[in-house]
Ligand binder design. Structure first.
Ligand SMILES: C[S@@+](CC[C@H](N)C(=O)[O-])C[C@H]1O[C@@H](n2cnc3c(N)ncnc32)[C@H](O)[C@@H]1O
Length: 347
């Protein structure tokens, strides 16, 4: 953890300022120590360089497993492909001109594939995840001096209200117990005039007929390692089958709906072997999460209106990719923003 993170890091729920006590440094990084709430006195450990602001035994264990075991499958610098860069560019439309030197939150960073892009664009990126995926992100992105890692919860972000310039969350909110609260909490962390992009699974009348939703009542209750073993064991059959079926004209669309396999046949930059590894990762990702509640564009609109977000638009509705900006004269945000008074033990 870098000391500069204290400018925006706060105790979850109370928003209290945190005092840093350091046990071990590695250059400019705090590797071990604790953060102490100046309001409640509660201590939050810093372990392996990451402030742990949540109970580490939580509903995201399957994500921790998947991103630590398959940490590089979708990271552009490891694969040599450009998919994560392309997706970040298309969904956020932010580049170095906007992001350089600004505070950016990647909410639900997983292995850090999009935080890598934001870091390359020069932002002060906070890569936050509820699960131990954040450890995989730290390993993948350790070469950047401008990435901060936090194990934290989107529903109670350990970040000061009104402190961030940009927030994005890609493919995450539907996996929280309450996506509406998640959106609200994230928007409140933005400064007046701050920008957001949220990508969320979209709900249509037929969404829950998709085969994964028939399997999930069972699969999400299985021990994650057992489920991963089952996905790995079935892939030698499911992958070649889907590789043919998903390419069929017209019938291909039906096959994608019926076969719960994440085989992205359109990804031509990947070798067949890279697609195979991604199919294992993303099939497990479909079947294992504790929560999977897509939102309709109307529901998203409701939340944004309640938060008095004046400027927003849907880049796409399926999936929901919604982008916007908080009002420059948002008095609630201005009033809730706390003065920064950092106390460090200076060890
Ligand atoms: C499908 S993965 C997406 C990861 C990354 N955004 C990506 O697209 O590669 C969802 C991630 O959200 C995280 N997550 C779920 N609930 C969360 C919460 N309440 N707060 C923070 N992260 C959460 C999971 O641990 C997981 O890493």
């Amino acid at each position: 953890m870098k000391e500069s993170l204290l400018d925006v890091l706060r105790e979850p729920v109370t928003g209290a300022v945190l005092k840093l006590e350091v046990d071990k440094w590695d250059g400019q990084e705090v590797v071990a120590g604790r953060l102490i709430s100046q309001e409640t006195g509660r201590e939050y450990p810093i372990r392996d360089g990451i402030p742990r602001m949540v109970d580490e035994d939580n509903y995201c264990a399957s994500f921790g497993l998947q991103w630590n075991l398959m940490s590089q499958v979708q990271v552009d610098s490891a694969t040599g492909a450009w998919y994560s860069h392309h997706r970040f560019d298309v969904e956020t439309d932010w580049g170095p001109d906007e992001l350089e030197g600004r505070w950016i939150l990647d909410a639900g960073c997983g292995c850090g594939r999009f935080a890598e892009v934001a870091a390359e664009y020069g932002g002060q990126v906070i890569a936050m995840d509820y699960s131990s995926a954040v450890d995989a992100a730290r390993q993948n992105l350790s070469r950047f001096g401008n990435v901060h890692f936090v194990q934290g919860d989107i529903l109670n972000p350990p970040l000061a209200t009104g402190s961030l310039d940009f927030v994005y969350s890609i493919g995450v909110l539907q996996h929280t117990p309450d996506p509406r609260v998640g959106m609200t909490s994230l928007i409140r962390r933005l400064k007046p005039g701050g920008e957001f992009t949220f990508t969320i699974y979209s709900r249509k009348w037929y969404t829950k007929l998709y085969s994964k939703y028939w399997l999930r009542p069972v699969t999400r209750r299985l021990p994650p390692r057992f489920l991963l073993g089952a996905v790995r064991a079935s892939m030698p059959v499911l992958f070649p089958m889907s590789d043919v079926a998903f390419r069929l004209p017209l019938l291909g669309k039906v096959a994608r709906f019926v076969l719960p396999v994440a085989n992205y046949v359109e990804k031509t930059e990947f070798t067949r072997q890279q697609r195979y590894h991604e199919a294992v990762l993303d099939t497990f990702d479909m079947l294992s999460p504790a929560f999977d509640e897509p939102m309709s564009p109307n529901e998203v609109t409701d939340v944004l209106r309640q938060e008095e977000v004046e400027r927003f638009f849907f880049r796409t509705e399926f999936p929901v990719v919604v982008c916007g900006q908080t009002s420059l004269s948002n008095e609630r945000l201005v009033n809730e923003t706390q003065p920064v008074s950092v106390q460090s033990s200076g060890l």
